[in-house]
Design a protein around this ligand. Structure first.
Ligand SMILES: [Zn+2]
Ligand SMILES: [Zn+2]
Length: 349
């Protein structure tokens, strides 16, 4: 099999060859047809996340090199182990990549995506920037019939992340409307899932006017520019005294400072983005505001199925996609890092 692999942190990906694996037990071998290029691949390539104040979160872990990134995977079944039932050869699936150890309490309760010994495809085990990928069990193969093949894999990352965050926001909307901060790919997904799941008004904020306009076109009630000094007051007014939940799809010190400020008493700020930075709030403000601040990381296998049902029901607008060959994977990561990518790039090995 051909791969584009990480050979060292901070270095470009390189073409590598490996024997195509034969699936054993419950394993399924997918022939990768599409693998989305994701911003988190850049952090994994760098080997760290920025924690603000010059601090870095080391994410190098124990990956054996060469290591193949790529977690937004879709492809067709090429072979299946003797215990892998119900996966016809040639059928197209998206792979749920956030796979856990299958043995711990988190995995037992269905939160494999939070497992501390993950086997996440393209994160901790070899992923989809390759002609083939091994999936440990058919339960991680998602039926994506009716969904455009080029976005099926990306839905397992940006779609699931948006859905998982909005689902956490819903119980707090008794306290006021929803505020979405950051209208990149994940934020736009979140907006659309929110539209499908609540009748409450949805306020949005982004520094980019084109993104604000796009969000209004997708049903946002009002849009605000965080760079505008009057935005906080305007959100207070538009929300009738505060929002029930603010979802921060940027995840920076600035964005969280902006997002949590208009949260009404009893409401929540939900951090999704991984941009980086630090956050401080006087401790008494938590009880005085009955404030919840929580994080949301991708989503569970069950949430992936719920999310796909919404997509199949036509609740998500088509996403423009540019496809590129496997050999351009490393260049695509460079383009993403440099902000040269508008929309989504999907590798077609
Ligand atoms: Zn991703
Ligand atoms: Zn586990």
């Amino acid at each position: 099999m051909h791969r584009q692999s990480l050979v060292d942190y901070g270095k470009p990906l390189e073409a590598t060859e490996a024997p195509t694996p034969s699936p054993k037990g419950s394993e399924v071998l997918l022939k990768v047809t599409h693998c989305g290029v994701c911003h988190s691949d850049i952090h994994l390539q760098d080997g760290y996340f920025d924690l603000g104040g010059g601090n870095k979160l080391d994410v190098r872990g124990n990956r054996p090199m060469p290591f193949t990134l790529g977690h937004e995977i879709a492809g067709t079944v090429e072979a299946a182990g003797p215990e892998a039932q119900g996966v016809p050869k040639g059928k197209f699936y998206a792979a749920y990549p956030w796979i856990g150890c299958g043995k711990c309490a988190l995995c037992a309760r269905g939160d494999e995506h939070l497992c501390n010994a993950p086997r996440a495809l393209g994160i901790t085990v070899d992923g989809g920037y390759a002609t083939h990928v091994l999936v440990p069990h058919p339960r991680y193969l998602m039926d994506v019939d009716g969904i455009p093949p080029a976005i099926a894999g990306a839905l397992m990352c940006s779609g699931l992340t948006g859905y998982g965050a909005i689902k956490k926001a819903l119980p707090h909307l008794h306290a006021g409307p929803l505020l979405i901060v950051g209208l990149g790919g994940v934020g736009m997904m979140g907006l659309q899932f929110a539209r499908a799941l609540t009748d409450k008004p949805i306020l949005v904020a982004d520094i980019d006017k084109a993104k604000r306009d796009a969000a209004l076109g997708l049903g946002a009630a009002e849009a605000f520019d965080p760079a505008d000094g009057g935005a906080r007051k305007a959100i207070q007014k538009a929300s009738g005294g505060g929002v029930g939940a603010a979802v921060d799809f940027v995840g920076s010190d600035k964005s969280l400072a902006f997002a949590h400020a208009p949260v009404a008493k009893g409401g929540a700020a939900i951090v999704v983005g991984l941009f980086g930075g630090g956050f401080a709030l006087p401790v008494p403000m938590f009880p005085l505001r009955a404030l919840t601040i929580m994080g949301s990381y991708v989503g569970s296998l069950a949430e992936a199925r719920e999310m796909l049902a919404l997509v199949k029901a036509g609740k998500v607008a088509p996403i423009p996609v540019e496809t590129r060959p496997l050999a351009r994977t490393s260049a695509s990561l460079d383009d993403l890092r440099a902000g040269r990518i508008v929309g989504r790039v999907v590798i077609t090995p």
